[in-house]
Design a protein around this ligand. Structure first.
Ligand code: ADP
Length: 414
C-alpha cells in the first residue's frame, strides 16, 4: 500500500540501496557477505524491474481503457446516429431481440399502435395491431428472413424481416414495413380495367356470334329476322369499333403520346362549335342552351382537345340527363379559366359521384350500356383536362342538377 502510494520515492530508494550495497560490497572482502549483498542486489533489481514492468502494464492498461472508453464513446455516437436515423425514417421499423422483447422502434411504427402513448415493450403486447402481432410472432419463432404482405387500418404493408446473427447465434430481427397501398391500388385499378375492357368487348362479340350461328343454319329461312339480325350486327360492330377507338385514344392519352397543339383560342367559339355539332340531338331532346361569357380572356390550349371535352359533356346531357336547360358559364380569374357545364336534369346519386370518371363506369349500368356510349367518355374528358394541367370536378343533386366544373390554367404554352 505504502509502496503503491510512494512509488517514485521507493524506486529511488531501491536503486540507491542497490548502488550503496554494490559500493559497500566493493569494500567488503568477505566472500559470504559479498555473495549475500550480490543476491540482495539481484533481488532488489528484480523487484525494481517488476515494479517498472507493473508500471508499464498499468500504463498500458490505462491506455487500453482509454482506447476502450473511446471505442465505447464512438459506439454510443454511432448508436445515437442510428437511433436518429431509424426514428425519422418514413418506414415503420422495429428491432426485437431473441426473446421477442422490443429493443427499438421508430415514430412511424409507434403511430401504428392502438395506444400511441403507451411504450410497446414486447411483441406479445396488446398495443400491436393483431395482424402485425401475428407476423412478428412468426418472425420470432422461425428466426428466418420473412417477406409478406399484410393489411392494417385499411392500408397495405409489405413486411420484411432481417435476422441478426452474431457468432452463429440468432440475436433478434430487424423488421421493416413498407407502405404499398398506392402500389396495390394501381395494380387493382389496372386489373379491373383489363377485366372491364374484356367484358365490354366480349358482350357484343357474343351477341354477334349467336346471331351469325342462327343465320348460318341450313334450315334458316326467315327474311324478317334476318333483317333484324343484320341491323343488330351492324349496331354491335359499330359499338365494338367505338369502344376500340376510345380505348386506343385513352391509352395514347395515358402514355402521353398525343401531341397537344396549344394556341391562343376563344373558348366561347369552341363551346359554340360543340353545340353546333350536337344541334340535332339537343333539338330532339328539347334542351334549351344558354352560354354565359364572364371571362373573355383568350386561353392557350389545344382546340381539338377542348372541342372533344365540351362535345362529350354536352352529349352526355343529351343522352342521360333528361334535362330541359343546359347552361355553360365561362368564368375565370388572373390565372385560370373556370367553365361550368350545368343541366337541370335527373342528377347523379352521391354514391356514384366518386366513380363517375372511372373507365367503363356507368350509372345504372344496363340501361346506359344501350345508350350508345363506351363508358369511357368522362375518363377521356378527365385525361384531356389533366393533359392541359387542369382539373375537372362534378357536383350534383338527384332530380335537380348536375354541374361539371373545369379549371384550366390560362398561360401554359409548351
Ligand atoms: P359514355 O362514354 O358511355 O357516355 P361517360 O363516361 O361519358 O359514359 O358517363 C358515365 C356515366 O355518367 C353515364 O353512364 C351516365 O349515367 C352518367 N352521366 C354523365 N353525365 C351525366 C349528366 N349530365 N346527367 C346524368 N348522368 C350523367
Amino acid at each position: 500500500m505504502f509502496y503503491k502510494q510512494n512509488k517514485k520515492l521507493m524506486n529511488g530508494f531501491i536503486v540507491g540501496l542497490a548502488v550503496g550495497i554494490v559500493l559497500i560490497d566493493g569494500f567488503v572482502n568477505n566472500p559470504v557477505a559479498r555473495g549475500l549483498t550480490l543476491l540482495l542486489f539481484v533481488l532488489i533489481m528484480i523487484v525494481f524491474l517488476i515494479s517498472t514492468v507493473n508500471k508499464d502494464i498499468e500504463n498500458l492498461r490505462l491506455e487500453h481503457s482509454l482506447e476502450k472508453q473511446n471505442q465505447v464513446r464512438s459506439m454510443d455516437l454511432v448508436k445515437k446516429q442510428l437511433e436518429t436515423l431509424v426514428t425519422y425514417l418514413p418506414y415503420p421499423m422495429v428491432l426485437m431481440d431473441q426473446d421477442g422483447e422490443i429493443e427499438l422502434t421508430n415514430d412511424s411504427f409507434e403511430l401504428m399502435m392502438h395506444d400511441k402513448k403507451v411504450e410497446t415493450k414486447s411483441i406479445s403486447s396488446k398495443n400491436i395491431p393483431f395482424m402485425l402481432k401475428r407476423v412478428l410472432n412468426d418472425i420470432y419463432l422461425n428466426e428466418e428472413p420473412v417477406t409478406t404482405n399484410i393489411a392494417i387500418n385499411a392500408m397495405d404493408f409489405q413486411v420484411v424481416s432481417i435476422p441478426i446473427i452474431q457468432a452463429k447465434r440468432y440475436k433478434g430481427s430487424l423488421v421493416v414495413l413498407h407502405d404499398i397501398t398506392k402500389l396495390l391500388y394501381q395494380e387493382r385499378v389496372q386489373k379491373r380495367f383489363v377485366a372491364d375492357a374484356s367484358h365490354e368487348l366480349k358482350t357484343p362479340i357474343t351477341a354477334i356470334k349467336g346471331m351469325v350461328e342462327i343465320l348460318n343454319r341450313d334450315d334458316f329461312n326467315d327474311k324478317k329476322t334476318e333483317r333484324e339480325f343484320l341491323d343488330q350486327i351492324k349496331h354491335e360492330t359499330d359499338r365494338l369499333e367505338m369502344i376500340v377507338k376510345d380505348l386506343l385514344y385513352l391509352s395514347k392519352l395515358s402514355n402521353q403520346t398525343i401531341l397537344l397543339n396549344k394556341q391562343p383560342l376563344d373558348l366561347h367559339a369552341i363551346v359554340s362549335e360543340s353545340i353546333k355539332t350536337l344541334k340535332l340531338k339537343l333539338t330532339d331532346k328539347n334542351i334549351n342552351v344558354k352560354i354565359q361569357d364572364i371571362d373573355n380572356d383568350p386561353l392557350i390550349a389545344d382546340s381539338t382537345s377542348l372541342l372533344e371535352i365540351f362535345t362529350n359533356l354536352i352529349d352526355n346531357v343529351c343522352s342521360y340527363s333528361k334535362a330541359s336547360q343546359l347552361e355553360i358559364t365561362i368564368d375565370g380569374n388572373d390565372k385560370e379559366k373556370i367553365v361550368h357545364v350545368q343541366d337541370n336534369g335527373i342528377g347523379i346519386k352521391e354514391e356514384d359521384l366518386p366513380q363517375i370518371f372511372d373507365r367503363f363506369y356507368r350509372v345504372d349500368d344496363d340501361r346506359n350500356r344501350n345508350s350508345g356510349g363506351s363508358g369511357l367518355g368522362l375518363s377521356i374528358v378527365k385525361e384531356l383536362v389533366n393533359a392541359h394541367g387542369g382539373e375537372i370536378s362534378v357536383d350534383s343533386k338527384v332530380d335537380e342538377y348536375t354541374r361539371f366544373t373545369i379549371t384550366l390554367p390560362k398561360l401554359t404554352k409548351s
